[in-house]
Each structure stands twice: as structure tokens, then as C-alpha cells.
Design a protein around this ligand. Structure first.
Ligand code: 21W
Length: 263
């Protein structure tokens, strides 16, 4: 057993997920980094099944939309009751609805949500949720991107995963949530591990040199190259030195030059 880091006691995030499909969450929350974070008590995630809160005879959670149209709408009553049970009397946190019209989830938003004591995530399913439930028990509506899912459950898992990385101690002590793609506005550099050669492909020599200044410079250069190639839009807002901007100009010229025996 390793010695616990000093922060294991004083910061933890509680997340309650309101859903009609609690079983969808089991494998995701128990595996890998999230599973470890929960074992360490850094993250407390519980799923609240909405269905038992329904006061209808067959515990229905949805009904036909007033005004007609395709699909079903989730009932306000079981959601309001489940939310009341999840928040109790002295709730101090944020109640979030995962929905396609919400504001887009970003790294900044995830960092901000990790500062909360408690989050309640409401997952809709089918064609959505009775607006009166959203109006009275939701603080914020969040979407994970411009594509249509079948429900909010996968979005709640994405949000839980990406918020958890900002809880101190969740990542190993050598990893930082700020050193990843997007945090400094650039994409990540390519990585290599053993063996040194596979199918005739070698690991870039500099990574074997042991010269850490040279390795850092190479990685920065390759981050710039990857960003130029895959997400050139990010370069407009990345903080770059004049030297780096000149390097990018050279890379752009190389990209525009077709490969031929003459050049
Ligand atoms: C899809 C719910 C479409 C509602 C009014 C008139 C949560 C999501 C979801 C879903 C509709 C997220 C309608 C990105 C997503 C989610 C299911 C709209 C049709 N309403 N982030 N017609 N994309 N999706 N219903 O889909 O719950 S976060």
C-alpha cells in the first residue's frame, strides 16, 4: 500500500445521477481511473433510479406530448420527486440537466464544476423532459456537442469523467489535468513506447537521447505540427512565441510543397 496523499481527506466531489437507466453506468464508473477515484473516496457517484418515484400505477415515467408529435416526454412528477430526494433540505451544489440545447461542455466548465461540493445530473431520455420539471429544479443545462444522442446518460458519463480529472489526487501525481490537449491551446505531441523498432519503424532518435531540454523542445515543436495539421483553428488563440510562429510558417510551406524526388 502506498502512503495516502495529504489531500485524500479534504476534497471530494459527490455526484448523483438521476436516470431511468441506472444499469448503464455500472461498468463506466467502476473501471479505470473513475473506479480508483471512487475507491479512494475522492469521488462519490450514486445513481438514483427515477422510476420508483413515479406515483402512477405502473410506475410509468413518460407520456405522450400535449399538442401531438412523435415520441414520448418524461413526466415532471417522478423527476421532481427524485430531485427532492436527491437534494434534501440543505443542498449546496449545482443541479444540471444534460440536454441537446444546453451550453457546450468545455475544459473550463469541467474545472469549474470540480470546485462544487455536489452535483446532481438529470438524464433525459426519449424526446425530452416536461419543461415544468426543468424550470423548477434545474440550475444549468449542458450539452456535450452538436450531434443527437438517444438520451442524456452517455453525456452524464462524459461530464463525470472529465470533471473528475480536476479533483486533486484523481490523476497520478506525475500527471496534471492542465498538461493535456486543449489546456494550453495546442494538441498533444506523438508518444512512443517499447520496442525501439517495430515493422521497420524507429522511435524518433531525440527521445532516446536523455537530453531533456532537447526532448521538451522537440515535443513542443511536434505539438505545433499536430495542431497545424489537425486543428489549425486552435492556433488563432494559442499563446505562442515569435519563434514558434516562424516555425509554423516553415511547417506550412513544407505542407504546401508536394513530395517529389526533386525536393
Ligand atoms: C435528443 C433529447 C433530442 C431531446 C422538441 C421538439 C443530452 C444530448 C442529450 C435528445 C431531443 C446531449 C424535440 C449532445 C444530445 C440528450 C436526447 C429533442 C425533439 N423536442 N449533448 N422536438 N447531444 N439527447 N427532442 O443529444 O438527451 S446532453
Amino acid at each position: 500500500m502506498s502512503t495516502p496523499e495529504p489531500w485524500t481527506r479534504w476534497l471530494s466531489l459527490k455526484i448523483k445521477i438521476l436516470t431511468i437507466f441506472p444499469e448503464m453506468f455500472d461498468s463506466v464508473l467502476n473501471a479505470s481511473i473513475l473506479g480508483r477515484a471512487r475507491e479512494q473516496g475522492l469521488l462519490e457517484v450514486t445513481c438514483v433510479d427515477i422510476r420508483p418515484f413515479s406515483d402512477r400505477k405502473h410506475k410509468n415515467t413518460d407520456d405522450y406530448p400535449f399538442g401531438g408529435g412523435a415520441g414520448m416526454v418524461m413526466l415532471a412528477q417522478p423527476i421532481l420527486a427524485a430531485m427532492a430526494a436527491a437534494t434534501g433540505e440543505h443542498f449546496r451544489g449545482k443541479r444540471i440537466y444534460l440536454g441537446p440545447r444546453g451550453t457546450r461542455l468545455t475544459t473550463d466548465k469541467a474545472r469549474e464544476l470540480a470546485q462544487e461540493e455536489e452535483l446532481v445530473l438529470l438524464c433525459g431520455h426519449y424526446e425530452g423532459v416536461d419543461q415544468r420539471a426543468l424550470d423548477t429544479c434545474i440550475d444549468e443545462e449542458i450539452s456535450i456537442g452538436d450531434y443527437i444522442l438517444t438520451g442524456g446518460e452517455l453525456a452524464a458519463m462524459v461530464l463525470t469523467d472529465c470533471v473528475s480529472r480536476f479533483i486533486p489526487g484523481v490523476l497520478g501525481s506525475s500527471e496534471s489535468p492542465e498538461e493535456e490537449s486543449f489546456s494550453d491551446g495546442l494538441l498533444e505531441y506523438p508518444q512512443y513506447t517499447r520496442p525501439r523498432e517495430i515493422n521497420g519503424m524507429e522511435v524518433p532518435e531525440v527521445l532516446l537521447s536523455g537530453d531533456h531540454a532537447k526532448i521538451r523542445a522537440w515535443r513542443r515543436q511536434e505539438s505545433l505540427r499536430a495542431t497545424l495539421r489537425f486543428r489549425p483553428d486552435l492556433l488563432a488563440t494559442a499563446s505562442l512565441t515569435d519563434k514558434e510562429r516562424r516555425l509554423l510558417d516553415t511547417m506550412r510551406e513544407e505542407m504546401d510543397t508536394p513530395c517529389s524526388p526533386e525536393n
